[in-house]
Design a protein around this ligand. Structure first.
Ligand SMILES: [Ca+2]
Length: 488
């Protein structure tokens, strides 16, 4: 018969085990935040989004985050270009409010953003990697960044001082940024939670991969999207866009897009397009592989240091990207491949494993959500909303009925535009398009009948009621958000 002492010991052990397995969070306890963001790493190249490049290309570590946490199935950027998206993520504001509308705009260092609020909430804050917001970072206790786009190989990093570059010989940016981030995590004190923002340069053009991946995918022929070999852009669209032929010229002219310059085997345009596409995907995925490898290193670090249970890990990219769909590359447009943001978040015992979130989430919602986990209400200046409840209690709420988008840069190939998207349809107005016909500035896509957006049916739609509804949504958004300017 067991002694009383033994029973007590077993009971205590049982309770401790139970508490550990439930990992009960006290009401005041806040998780660490590890916000990992890459550049142009679109959902078509994430395994957990059903990448067409599988099985040759896989992302086991990103997929692990999705398996152990939540994946957003309808996350969107409000302005699909690097600098503005980063500003919207930090400020929780649309471009016309935070003042960062185009690549040329800088984030005002005086402007209070997510990192400042986290500091005030008692977090140690750090930023490593690509900043890209022109001004000196503020709101971070520690920062170590590249200026502008920086370089893939031996990047010049600036640690707390924009005048003092540091170069590590033989380094590769993705690996180096991880090393710097983990070095900071290893030296910090445990008395405060941390918020680390780790921003990779990969997978931005030009796709320069590390020597260890120079043979990766050799001999692999990647699947083409259905819209690669047809006309450029959707049918009935009047927007020239950024076709792969532009990339062909760059790849032929320069070896800057990976290991070797493109040497087309034949002069016919179709062969050239196909070979450009294969090189684009090969180089891009070699860079994307470095991200997944490094996320694996980070997850192992968290596991080894008993931080996994107390750390919210987010991985996202600043926008989507065309990988040959519509014969486009690059981003900027309001079409799905460009405006969709991939996003996974893991926080054990709070976010159930394997959650799929369907409501439409925006990049301006990221800051409110992270502040929610930090125990902070959404600041009045922020226009986004926390989506914590979607992560923790999925399937209960329908979410927004529509979202607003505006791209401010303007050029003949990629004119400025704004529009509204519902779960089933999309209306776009190209205010920057030079045309005598007002009707030619509108595009409409039926996302139910035509999810790949192959046809602009604005001229052909006979559903006048739906069109009135969409225009009403658009007017309402512009009015509510205070975005009434016609200028671009
Ligand atoms: Ca980007």
């Amino acid at each position: 018969m067991p002694s009383l002492k033994c029973l007590k010991k077993n009971l205590v052990g049982l309770c401790l085990g139970l508490l550990q397995s439930m990992n009960l969070w006290s009401a005041s306890e806040r998780p660490n935040i590890l916000f990992i963001m890459s550049d142009d790493h679109t959902s078509q190249a994430w395994g957990c989004y059903g990448s067409r490049f599988a099985p040759a290309f896989q992302t086991p570590h990103i997929d692990r985050l999705a398996k152990e946490g939540a994946l957003l199935r309808n996350c969107f950027v409000t302005n699909s270009i690097c600098v503005p998206s980063r500003a919207s993520i930090l400020t929780g504001q649309y471009s016309h409010i935070n003042g960062v509308k185009t690549l040329a705009d800088a984030l005002d260092p005086q402007k209070k953003h997510l990192a400042h609020y986290l500091q005030e909430a008692g977090y140690q804050t750090a930023l490593v990697g690509k900043w890209h917001l022109k001004s000196q970072p503020t709101g971070f206790d520690y920062w170590n960044i590249i200026k502008g786009q920086g370089r893939y190989h031996e990047p010049r990093m600036f640690e707390g001082d924009l005048a003092q570059p540091q170069i590590v010989e033989g380094s590769y940016s993705t690996d180096l940024f991880t090393e710097k981030a983990l070095a900071w995590l290893s030296t910090r004190t445990d008395d405060q939670p941390f918020a680390m923002f780790l921003h990779y340069k990969s997978t931005h053009e030009p796709w320069q991969y590390p020597p260890r991946h120079k043979d990766l995918f050799d001999g692999v022929i990647f699947d083409e999207p259905e819209t690669l070999m047809g006309q450029t852009g959707p049918k009935n669209s009047r927007i020239p866009g950024w076709p792969l032929e532009i990339l062909t010229e760059r790849m032929v002219r320069s070896s800057d897009h990976g290991g070797e310059a493109l040497v087309p085997s034949q002069e016919d345009p179709q062969t050239k397009r196909r070979e450009t596409y294969q090189k684009l995907i090969r180089d891009y995925l070699r860079c994307a592989t470095t991200i997944d490898e490094n996320i694996g290193i980070i997850l192992k670090y968290l596991d080894t240091n008993n931080l996994s249970d107390k750390t919210m890990v987010v991985y996202t990219s600043d926008q989507g990207y065309f990988l040959g769909e519509h014969n486009y590359f690059d981003k900027r447009f309001m079409l799905e491949e460009s405006m969709r943001m991939p996003f996974v978040a893991r926080l054990p015992h709070r976010i159930p494993a394997g959650v799929k979130v369907d409501p439409m989430i925006l990049n301006v919602d990221f800051a409110p959500m992270l502040l929610d986990y930090a125990g902070q209400a959404t600041p009045a200046s922020m226009q986004g909303e926390s989506f914590r409840s979607y992560l923790e209690r999925p399937g209960q709420e329908a979410g927004r009925t529509s979202i607003y988008y505006r791209y401010w840069e303007n050029s003949p190939r990629r004119p400025a535009h704004y529009g509204v998207r519902t779960q089933t349809a999309k209306l776009i107005y190209y205010d920057g398009l030079v045309t005598e016909s007002e009707a030619h500035k509108w595009e409409f896509y039926d996302l139910q009948e035509d999810p790949q957006e192959t046809r602009n049916v604005y001229d052909r739609t006979h559903n006048a009621r739906l069109m009135r509804q969409m225009k009403h949504h658009l007017r309402q958004w512009r009015s509510n958000l205070g975005d009434v300017s016609q200028k671009f």
